[in-house]
Design a protein around this ligand. Structure first.
Ligand code: MRU
Length: 355
């Protein structure tokens, strides 16, 4: 398997062979360099999430699971109470690295639950249970992506044009991805699609990651600037929009990369079906509507300077840089999960998934 194929087949987050570190592909270096980082300090793990070296809601979750295990190993000589306290502190710290994707807290809570539920065991055995849990979380994600890909593929036809925003492929998850999963699976089965990848300003996940993954997988992909989505839809080149999600509220509103709601509004105008695809771990029934989702604000430097040879705006110019927006449930044709495709009314169809 060559280096590029490895990238699209999701060796993007894994444990080192000795289990003492978590190893990631530094996504900020793609598509020009495939660089691996070996992390075993809490600050470096925090930084990897905050600076998007590892990114995409499910991949952040998988990473956080491995990171918590790696860090917990370092406390395994402590008595239980102190061990549990240290794990709790690290958990809270990692959880504060990015606020919007629910997968982060979902995984960290699950890992801390293992520490609580096995309090009667010797600490090294609890650490072993943590190891089992983080490997299980990763495996579950691989299985979920595969199922999401199958359900998503049932919505597509050979020859379809698909527009996607940001990156919800293997790099953002495990194998296949969510929004890109049906496209990659269908391509493996000999189907042909034409994908329009929004470049996704300001951090260019669509250009740097989505067009990279699809091109390397042999998919016919065309990169467009975000403001070109309307014209490709008007030209009749888009049969469906497939995007990922970072948090889905109980009523079907969902947060995803900034610009997603604009794509959904355009799709509604042009009568194009608009789907979000994500695992049930991205659904947050404790969040009644999109109004309750916390939106991450990022450094203005990302708009003014990053990726430019010199600044493209005066230093004193104000910038507003929300990393995500919320798409209203009324714009969503369906929510594709590993348990099936939810249709409106989402308050009912999403709740049923957990019954
Ligand atoms: O800021 P990012 O790059 O982490 O944002 C990622 C997205 O918005 C993805 O669409 C989402 O996390 C789903 S990934 C399967």
């Amino acid at each position: 398997m060559n280096e590029i194929r490895t990238v699209t087949h999701a060796e993007n987050v894994k444990l080192s062979e000795d289990g003492a570190s978590v190893v990631i592909i530094d996504q900020t270096q793609l598509p020009n360099r495939v660089e691996y980082l070996t992390l075993n300090r809490a600050e470096d793990c925090f930084d990897a999430i905050a600076t998007l070296k590892v990114r995409g809601a499910p991949a952040i979750g998988i990473f956080a699971g491995y990171a918590l295990y790696v860090l917990a190993r370092q406390f395994q000589n402590l008595p239980y109470e102190e061990f549990a306290q240290k794990v709790h502190e690290v958990k809270e710290y990692l959880n504060s690295s990015r606020p919007t994707a629910v997968n982060l807290s979902w995984v960290l809570n699950r890992m801390e639950g293992v520490v609580r539920d096995n309090a009667e065991l010797p600490v090294p055995e609890i650490v072993e249970r943590l190891h089992e849990e983080c490997v299980k979380i990763h495996q579950e994600d691989i299985n979920m992506c595969r199922k999401i890909s199958e359900y998503g593929l049932s919505l597509l036809h050979d020859g379809d044009g698909i527009l996607t925003h940001c990156n919800a492929g293997p790099l953002a998850t495990s194998r296949y991805g969510t929004a890109l999963g049906p496209i990659l699976l269908g391509t493996e089965r000999g189907m042909k699609f034409h994908v329009f990848a929004d470049e996704t300003r300001p951090l260019l996940q669509g250009a740097r990651l989505t067009s990279f993954e699809l091109q390397k997988a042999g998919v016919d992909v065309t990169l467009i600037c975000d403001n070109m989505a309307s014209i490709v839809m008007k030209n009749g080149w888009v049969n469906a929009c497939f995007v990922g999600c970072d948090r889905i509220a109980a009523n079907g509103d969902f947060a995803n990369k900034i610009g997603t709601s604009g794509v959904a509004i355009l799709a509604k105008y042009y009568g194009i079906p608009f789907y979000t695809l994500g695992p049930t771990s991205t659904i947050d029934l404790n969040c009644p509507t999109g109004e309750d989702i916390k939106i991450e604000l990022r450094d203005p430097e990302e708009i003014k300077e990053k990726f430019y040879r010199e600044p493209m705006a005066l230093k004193e110019v104000k910038c507003y840089n929300p990393a995500f927006d919320v798409t209203d449930h009324t714009l969503v044709t369906g929510i594709v999960t590993e348990k099936g495709i939810c249709r409106p009314p989402y308050t009912e169809s999403l709740r049923k998934l957990f019954e």
